[in-house]
Unconditional design. Structure first.
Length: 77
C-alpha cells in the first residue's frame, strides 16, 4: 500500500516506528487538516489508529495565560 501511496502536500510524516517484538507502532505526522488525517487512517482498515492533536508547549502556555487574564478580568471571585 505504501509503495503506491503519495502523501498530500499538507501531510508530513515526521517519524513512523514499530514496537519491537510486537504488532503495531507509532507515527508522528504534521497536518493542518483533520479530513486528510482521517483519509489516511481510512486507507489502512486493518490498523487501529488513535489521532491526537498536539501543539507546542509555548503556544499552549501563551493561550492559557491569555484566558487566565480574561477570566480574572470578569470580576468573579
Amino acid at each position: 500500500v505504501f509503495r503506491r501511496w503519495e502523501a498530500p502536500a499538507n501531510f508530513k510524516i515526521e517519524m513512523f516506528v514499530v514496537r519491537v517484538g510486537d504488532w503495531g507502532g507509532y507515527m508522528l505526522a504534521d497536518c493542518d487538516d483533520p479530513t486528510t488525517v482521517h483519509k489516511f487512517c481510512s486507507m489502512l482498515p486493518a490498523f487501529e489508529f488513535q489521532a491526537r492533536a498536539v501543539m507546542p508547549v509555548a503556544d499552549a502556555v501563551r493561550v492559557e495565560l491569555e484566558m487566565i487574564e480574561w477570566r480574572d478580568g470578569l470580576g468573579l471571585a
